[in-house]
Design a protein around this ligand. Sequence first.
Ligand code: MF3
Ligand code: CO
Ligand code: CO
Length: 275
Amino acid sequence: MNSYIAAADAPARNTGIIKLYDQGADFDGMRAACQLTAACLDEVAALAHPGATTQMIDDFIYAYGRDRGAVPATLNYRGYRKSCCTSINHVVCHGIPSDKPLREGDILNIDVTFVLDGWHGDSSRMYTVGPVKRAAERLIEVTYHAMMRGIDAVSPGNRTGAIGAAIQTFAEKERCSVVRDFCGHGVGRLFHDAPNILHYGRPGEGIELKPGMIFTVEPMINLGRPGVKILSDGWTAVTRDRSLSAQFEHTVGVTDTGCEIFTRSPAGYTLPPYG
Ligand code: MF3
Ligand code: CO
Ligand code: CO
């Protein structure tokens, strides 16, 4: 059995009990953190060009947060040393920024979590480096629409399984596969909290969604098979078959009638190329 607790009464750690946040002050705090992350992801689009390095993008993100009173949640998180994750081509997630230049035709995910006044705003998007192959463009479109189908299923009374089922049904209809090894997560005062949000499954599975829940929806979708492996750096997850992988991530809050996407782009960006 799963249980729920008013976030204000909960210990500030992951106890497995679902925190229900206040839709007034707490949602306001999340809006501010998430909009900072989203505005930064908008700005980063100008840096994703051939010759730029993912370390340059990391430096930009660190400075962007510092200048606005925010800290990246990934910095020194479980030994991770960067301000974002940059996952290129067959990298599924948790790619580590480096001095290797981007090349025309690359696709990459940039994943940022700013902590502002204790609230975590977690979001990621796909970026294209110059023109990319049609298959890569299609994978990005499928992944974006899969995430949005999942978010459309976020409504009180539905179960978390409805989110995964919507994502999986759409992705597989498009002949793509859903990565099983990583999931969305509760977020708020904590970076990673209960519940897990699986990106596959059936509508009747998982726990019931209730107003005040806050979590991410962040499907990783592959052109080939779903299997992943972790490289020797202990972080970088890649597709076993080296097929292309894509991911989008929003942070959402459950309302009385549906949900609010906290990390929506202030510039109105949805799919690359942006701007
Ligand atoms: N931002 C990622 C997520 O969406 C987590 C990255 S953890 C890191 O949950 F340590 F790899 F940065
Ligand atoms: Co996340
Ligand atoms: Co993230």
